[in-house]
Design a protein around this ligand. Structure first.
Ligand SMILES: Cc1cc2nc3c(=O)[nH]c(=O)nc-3n(C[C@H](O)[C@H](O)[C@H](O)COP(=O)(O)OP(=O)(O)OC[C@H]3O[C@@H](n4cnc5c(N)ncnc54)[C@H](O)[C@@H]3O)c2cc1C
Length: 109
């Protein structure tokens, strides 16, 4: 078993841990961060495919009320963009039912 000597130990390199690490680093406060999985990001997961747009398998959408996240994205120069909606969407209520094509309301288009 490894021993980590530090005043501040952040457990988990998901959004929370990494955000805390970012703010502590900005304040020149030293810390250590530990992550159980081989990758960082936690429940944020982007799948990169060859010759295809990347697919988000975790956190994807933001709403205006997520002010702290929006502030952080701006600070890090990470671009956000509006969700594009067409006139229809594929909707599958559950795995036992077939997917169906539904018309989206005008307010979403
Ligand atoms: C499919 C999916 C879609 C989502 N979509 C959205 C969305 O559109 N918009 C949105 O705002 N949110 C969305 N979320 C939620 C969002 O992903 C989470 O709220 C956010 O990522 C949580 O971050 P976190 O750092 O708090 O936790 P996590 O991301 O869970 O990070 C915790 C980290 O701690 C690590 N860990 C746990 N225990 C230990 C330990 N003992 N030692 C070391 N490491 C440990 C874990 O491995 C993990 O990496 C979605 C989540 C999922 C699963």
């Amino acid at each position: 078993m490894n021993t980590i000597k530090t005043d501040i130990l952040i457990i988990g390199a998901g959004l929370t841990g990494l955000t805390l690490a970012y703010y502590l680093k900005n304040l020149n406060i030293s810390f250590k961060i530990t992550e159980a999985r081989p990758t960082i990001g936690g429940r944020i997961k982007t799948k990169y495919n060859t010759n295809q747009a990347p697919i988000e398998l975790g956190a994807t959408w933001l709403i205006e009320q997520q002010v702290a996240a929006i502030k952080l994205l701006k600070e890090l120069n990470i671009r956000v963009f509006k969700q594009y909606y067409g006139k229809t969407a594929i909707y599958q209520p559950n795995q036992m039912q077939a997917a169906q094509l539904v018309k989206l309301p005008k307010t979403m288009q």
